[in-house]
Design a protein around this ligand. Sequence first.
Ligand code: HEC
Ligand code: HEC
Length: 390
Amino acid sequence: MRKLTKRSLISISVATVLSLGLSACMEDASPKVTNTAKDNSGLKRAIDGGVTYDVINGKFGVYAVNEKAHNGKIKFGRTPTKEEYDEWSSDVHFTGEGLPEGQGTAEEGSEIYDAKCVMCHGDFGSGGGGYPALSKGNAYEMQKSLTNQRLKPDDDGPVRFFGSYWPKASTLWWYIKDAMPHPQTDSLSDDEVYALVAYTLNINEMEIDGQEVDDEYVLNRENFLKIQMPNKDGFEPQIEGPDAEKHIRAYYANPKNFGGQTYNVKNPASRCMTNCQEPTVKVAYIQNGGISDFHPPLTDVRDLPKEKKDLKNFNAQKAYNESCAMCHETGAAPAPGDKAAWSGLLEKGIDKVYEAGIKGTEAGMPAKGGASMSDSEFKMVVDYIVNQSK
Ligand code: HEC
Ligand code: HEC
């Protein structure tokens, strides 16, 4: 029998999904998971609220074909055969499960790369044009860019790509084997995949077990399993496995883990519930286009902005600098003084311009520029802009 290709399987599975979706609508809006041990057990929730599906015949419940749902009503789609399942379902686990024997060098990988990958992923994996970069330099250095941007804002970070970000190399092996090259998935031999992985490690300047993955390095199953990704500990909390709950509790017990900067001063171990955030905490740093001093303060005031009766103390220029300049001064939006742009906008009349600004526009102006201010205050800021454009 001709080996089924992924492409023919896609059409089968699309039909199957469609038929499942339709019949689900006809019978019962809430998706039910069939459990082989106990029928219709309903949805199980993991501790983070996500749905946990039962594994049925080795497939997650969502992908299992619910024979009952077909019910003779819909005549297209059929249960895939075991061979089709097996062909579709490849997985390479970081434990080594699913990872075949084989070998390849970065040099061999480089040749395959130039023949089959470079047209999309660029020279040396540089990426671009919508295609992901496979390297952006030394992976160990780039991993350092993944700091918590609230605690330690960094102009150049975070830079996320395979080398800096992915916690396991097994994903790379599996992804290349199963999904690349984009138009001919699953066409590479295992040795070719080893070579391409070696090449990817090479352009990421990575080491295995203290040894540099240079051109001649022979990557095989044994040393592949020794790869330690620079960001292997970067994903917290660990929400899978028997210790999931313990990990989650430990993680959330420490506000520093998720950017929380304040805690109850008198009792640092407890989570702070009221008025904890210092009003001057700086969170956002927008530093492109030369605005390096835009540090909007967090506020502990949770009331909606009140309409101020006395607008005399409202400083429109200051409000403009704080809430509008990051777009209107950077070329992202018409600048004050851009007479042509503003006279165009003003043709519809100033009231319509106010209204457009207050409600926001599809062309990119967020409602009130995303700022908390009253309508009257916002109009004063618009006047401030418009007056400079006369
Ligand atoms: C026709 C264009 C094309 C070709 C050829 C191609 N890729 Fe890709 N590749 C893509 C696209 C598009 C994505 C992103 C897919 C997505 O995110 O859904 C991608 C993603 C990847 C990723 C995941 C990167 C990431 O950070 O998410 C890897 C690894 C990869 N390709 C490796 C390869 C290798 C190795 C080859 C050669 C055997 C190859 N690709 C050939 C288009 C291509
Ligand atoms: C996130 C970027 C962004 C911010 C912040 C922003 N604007 Fe805009 N604004 C735009 C863009 C883009 C346009 C041009 C598109 C348009 O006219 O809708 C625009 C247009 C406008 C217009 C013309 C609307 C129209 O169509 O007549 C006014 C008025 C305006 N902005 C006022 C402000 C004021 C006042 C602030 C600050 C309180 C502000 N904007 C903050 C992006 C922004």
